[in-house]
Design a protein around this ligand. Structure first.
Ligand SMILES: *[C@@H]1O[C@H](CO)[C@@H](O)[C@H](O)[C@H]1NC(C)=O
Ligand SMILES: *[C@@H]1O[C@H](CO)[C@@H](O)[C@H](O)[C@H]1NC(C)=O
Ligand SMILES: *[C@@H]1O[C@H](CO)[C@@H](O)[C@H](O)[C@H]1NC(C)=O
Length: 322
């Protein structure tokens, strides 16, 4: 499973001039509680849409709904792709298992396809490759317009697919023309929201004077952000417990990181701070570990908490602690 997930969520850091449109399709066999088919579309590493054999159709991420509404032919294409690919992948994984003499066990068939576009040089690169059980199976050489494979078991596939000239030319059209055109449109549209940056409000919270101090950042956008504790300017990895980035209802994000203060002497508190860092934003938000800025309702009635957010505090502390 580890391998599958690593491949699925494989990510590369896109440079500002290199843009990518990636389609990941995955079929699994013998993995309980996991969709037999999943598909995902990413533009510059951001998910645009998603499809799987449970929901049975393509769904668009919130940021892309307007685009799909204004360009319904794109959504129609993805809904159709989702349907067709499901059947193709299911049939293909069944026939691969037979070809590898596998009667059971866990198997994974993946396809990564799409294109890259360098908006400075105009260079375009398309790709379409299949992997089976975590290893390269067959991939398309778009220059030579031929399928290449390192696996003897894929040779029969190569021969069949090479013979299908109409399909080869269709592939060439999609990967060299159509997808790059779409990518340019997507990048243009994405500028409207990818360049938005909302900084969060950061607070330090604590339930009791001896419990850990939570540094909480909420209201940030995009979710390419990090929150961590430092001591003397160095990021701390011990005595910290980092939470995941979670979505807020308004489309922004929140995250928190706890610092175990039990072994920190009072005079050392000033050496610590909590740092919020966002990709593409030069200045970090730094909050010093300081008793006077920690929000708590320990020993106080909620109403007297200065600058406290009552709504937040009542969620943060369970009822019997108030
Ligand atoms: C599968 O089994 C057949 C018949 O026993 C054999 O000829 C073939 O080499 C096997 N294939 C693999 C990939 O092991
Ligand atoms: C904090 O650290 C102390 C001492 O290292 C440990 O006993 C305690 O369990 C830790 N607390 C949490 C919440 O991890
Ligand atoms: C308190 O927090 C809630 C939920 O995050 C937010 O809606 C509200 O505006 C906050 N109020 C103040 C006074 O900061």
């Amino acid at each position: 499973m580890k391998k599958l997930l690593a491949l699925l969520f494989f990510c590369h850091v896109a440079s500002p001039v290199k843009h990518s449109l990636l389609y990941f399709l995955t079929a699994t066999s013998g993995v309980p509680d996991f969709p037999q088919f999943m598909g995902s579309a990413l533009v510059d590493d951001f998910q645009v849409g998603y499809c799987d054999s449970n929901i049975k159709t393509a769904e668009t991420k919130q940021d892309w709904r307007k685009f799909m509404k204004d360009n319904p032919e794109h959504l129609d294409y993805y809904i159709n792709e989702c349907y067709e690919s499901q059947h193709f992948f299911k049939a293909t994984i069944d026939s691969l298992m037979k070809r590898f003499n596998q009667s059971g066990g866990v198997h994974i068939l993946q396809r990564m396809s799409g294109c890259e576009w360098d908006d400075e040089t105009g260079e375009i690169r398309g790709f379409n490759q299949y992997g089976y059980d975590g290893e390269d199976f067959i991939s398309l050489d778009l220059q030579m317009l031929t399928w290449i494979t390192p696996k003897p078991q894929a040779f029969i596939t190569k021969l069949r697919w090479d013979a299908d000239k109409a399909r080869l030319h269709r592939n060439q059209y999609y990967f060299i023309h159509l997808y790059p055109d779409w990518l340019k449109k997507y990048v243009q549209y994405a500028r409207s929201f990818l360049q938005r940056t909302d900084l969060p409000s950061v607070s330090l919270l604590q339930k009791t004077p001896s419990s850990q101090v939570t540094c909480h950042a909420t209201g940030f956008y995009l979710n390419r952000a990090d929150l961590f504790w430092r001591k003397d300017g160095e990021e701390l990895h011990e005595d910290v417990d980092k939470g995941e980035i979670l979505p807020n209802h308004d489309g922004t994000f929140q995250m928190s990181v706890d610092l175990n203060i039990s072994s920190i002497a009072p005079e050392d508190w000033k050496k610590y701070d909590c740092v919020f860092q966002m990709s593409g934003v030069k200045d970090n938000l730094i909050t010093k570990l300081d008793k006077s800025v920690i929000r708590t309702n320990w020993g106080k009635s909620v109403r007297t908490v200065e600058s406290g957010n009552e709504t937040y505090l009542s969620v943060f502390c369970s009822r019997d602690e108030i």
